[in-house]
Design a protein around this ligand. Structure first.
Ligand code: F6R
Length: 268
């Protein structure tokens, strides 16, 4: 895992958007896995800026979202459909037919979950999966105890997650208790994962995710087994990491190595 510690939310967003733009530059028909929530919002704003000012082209990009609340229609302001169009899709040149988000308001959600898995396969699998992390360690909505090999399915949200998500809903409005989410097996098959986190309220869980044992209790810890993971977090989120100094040192060394590989090793 490559752990990159940056100053604040703004830096995290800029750095993450740069990674996404770089991957699209290398593979214009990238299959991009997307997350919602407050963490990736800044990354999406920065991607919109790069699209407008530097011509980043999304016309061939295909996208799959991690999750959607059960029972909310796509036009509900708190649905993840709405979020994605509002925060990203309406402002870039991605084709509507290339956008996939689990459907939360269908009669038979199980069929829709199977269809989602098939569609990911048909499109060649996810190249880069963007992830946020919940305070209970979830990625997607894979709450504690989720099977490490799980596929797209319905999950019951923990009280903690419902509480955390209540901030997005109007006072008195019921927060959904179920969500459709890609499984941990589905996420693990992405060729690359990019985990983002910001703020002191993520510090405790990040320490467990990065340095604790791999366990279904903190489902994000499964990323330790993935061959290509980049974790971009800010200072506040990184404050509990035991190996923080080493991650910063390793990052500095990696940058130096990149520069020397680009310009050739200096002769004595
Ligand atoms: C949302 C998702 C969730 C969030 C997590 C963190 O699509 O997959 O795992 O990433 O709940 O949410 P925020 O970013 O709001 O702290």
């Amino acid at each position: 895992m490559r752990v990159i510690i940056v100053k604040d939310y703004k830096d995290m967003s800029r750095r993450a958007a740069k990674v996404v733009a770089n991957r699209i530059g290398k593979k214009p028909d990238l299959v991009l896995g997307l997350a919602t929530g407050s963490t990736p919002e800044g990354t999406y704003s920065e991607l919109i800026r790069i699209h407008r000012e530097e011509g980043l082209n999304f016309s061939k990009v295909r996208s799959f979202n991690l999750d959607e609340y059960c029972g909310l229609s796509p036009d509900h302001p708190q649905s993840y459909h709405y979020f994605m169009y509002d925060k990203l899709f309406n402002h870039i040149n991605i084709r509507p037919e290339n956008i996939y988000i689990p459907k939360g308001d269908v009669e038979n959600a199980n069929i829709s979950c199977e269809w989602y898995e098939e569609k990911i396969k048909e499109e060649g699998g996810i190249d880069l999966q963007i992830l946020g992390i919940g305070r209970d360690g979830h990625i997607g909505f894979n709450e504690p105890g989720s099977s490490l090999g799980s596929r797209t399915r319905i999950k019951t949200l923990t009280k903690e997650t419902i509480q955390d998500n209540a901030r997005f809903f109007k006072k008195g409005e019921e927060v959904p208790r179920y969500a459709i989410t890609m499984g941990l097996g589905t996420i693990s098959e992405a060729r690359e994962c990019l985990l983002l986190a910001s703020g002191a309220n993520k510090a405790e869980v990040l320490q467990k995710c990065i340095e604790g044992p791999v366990s279904a209790e903190i489902t994000a810890s499964l990323l330790q087994l993935h061959p290509r993971v980049m974790i971009i977090i800010d200072e506040e989120a990184a404050q509990n990491l035991r190996q923080k100094d080493y991650y910063q040192y390793a990052e500095k060394m990696a940058e130096e190595l990149e520069v020397s590989q680009k310009f050739g090793a200096r002769k004595k």
